[in-house]
Ligand binder design. Structure first.
Ligand code: NAG
Ligand code: NAG
Ligand code: NAG
Ligand code: NAG
Ligand code: NAG
Length: 219
């Protein structure tokens, strides 16, 4: 779980460092530039804290464009010692010219509250974002028919277009439970070397004593 308390101005500096990092490492100087972006809150702001950056990534086929997931802390779970974030998916696409596209998804029937809290310190965040190619972003999460019963947890994905439209929905299969009935998110997704050809998903599979990993390819 990445919990970083940079404010937005700081975030933008980081992105531009990434954007202009030389790919071949042949240069030693790194150029960067600044811009300021005001994040406006249009719902009750829960704890009233600054938005945190939970994840930053860039496109393989367009390293000048970053996708950032931000969220405000909702509450701290003392039992598991994890933060829970407001129950909305907030994505910001930041282009090299400093323009920002907002994608906000608030359907808590589809991306349920279980996705907005870290599960355990070692497990992966249940809600993840992956820039695919062009204007597409994959979002992965877990959906349960009964959030109190981990055997009903299923891993899902949605592909967003920058305009906020969901162009594809995916069902990956049962969530990983370890040991026994404890939900333990564990997936790795990597773009095909040609991003337009899709992505590979590596995930921990249930069902035998020596839990194993499986690969799947999605086009
Ligand atoms: C955000 O939270 C703070 C602290 O609770 C409060 O003072 C402020 O009015 C809130 N802002 C909005 C827009 O709700
Ligand atoms: C939970 O932990 C926080 C931070 O340590 C503390 O301020 C708060 O009082 C605790 N809440 C409960 C219900 O124990
Ligand atoms: C929210 O998601 C559920 C489940 O996918 C769907 O049935 C419902 O129509 C969605 N609600 C809105 C307002 O889009
Ligand atoms: C949900 O799961 C819990 C725990 O297994 C169970 O007690 C409850 O009856 C289930 N609810 C429904 C509607 O099936
Ligand atoms: C968003 O983009 C997709 C893919 O180009 C298109 O099919 C859809 O109509 C667009 N939706 C809106 C609301 O512009």
């Amino acid at each position: 779980m990445k919990i970083q308390s940079y404010n937005l101005r700081f975030m933008i500096i980081i992105i531009f460092l990434l954007t202009f990092l030389p790919t071949g490492l042949t240069q030693t100087t790194v150029q960067y530039s600044y811009f300021t972006y005001q994040e406006t809150s249009f719902q009750p702001n829960l704890t009233g804290t600054q938005p945190h950056i939970l994840h930053i990534d860039h496109y393989n086929d367009n390293s000048d464009t970053a996708v950032v997931r931000i969220a405000r802390v909702n509450y701290y779970k003392n039992v598991t010692k994890n933060y829970c974030y407001e129950q909305r998916l907030l994505l910001r696409v930041i282009k090299a010219d400093g323009s920002v596209i907002q994608i906000n998804y608030e359907n808590a029937t589809e991306i349920q509250d279980i996705n907005y809290c870290a599960v355990t310190t070692l497990a992966k965040n249940p809600l993840n974002i992956y820039p695919l190619f062009d204007k597409y972003i994959l979002v992965t999460y877990t959906h349960a028919t009964n959030t109190s019963d981990s055997s009903t947890y299923v891993d899902r994905g949605m592909v967003f277009h920058w305009n906020g439209t969901i162009i594809s929905k995916l069902e990956f299969g049962p969530s990983y439970l370890y040991p026994g009935t404890n939900w333990y998110p564990k997936e790795f997704i990597i773009n095909n070397i040609t991003p337009k050809n899709g992505f590979l998903r590596l995930f921990a599979a249930n069902g035998n004593e020596l839990d194993s990993f499986k690969w799947s390819q999605y086009g």
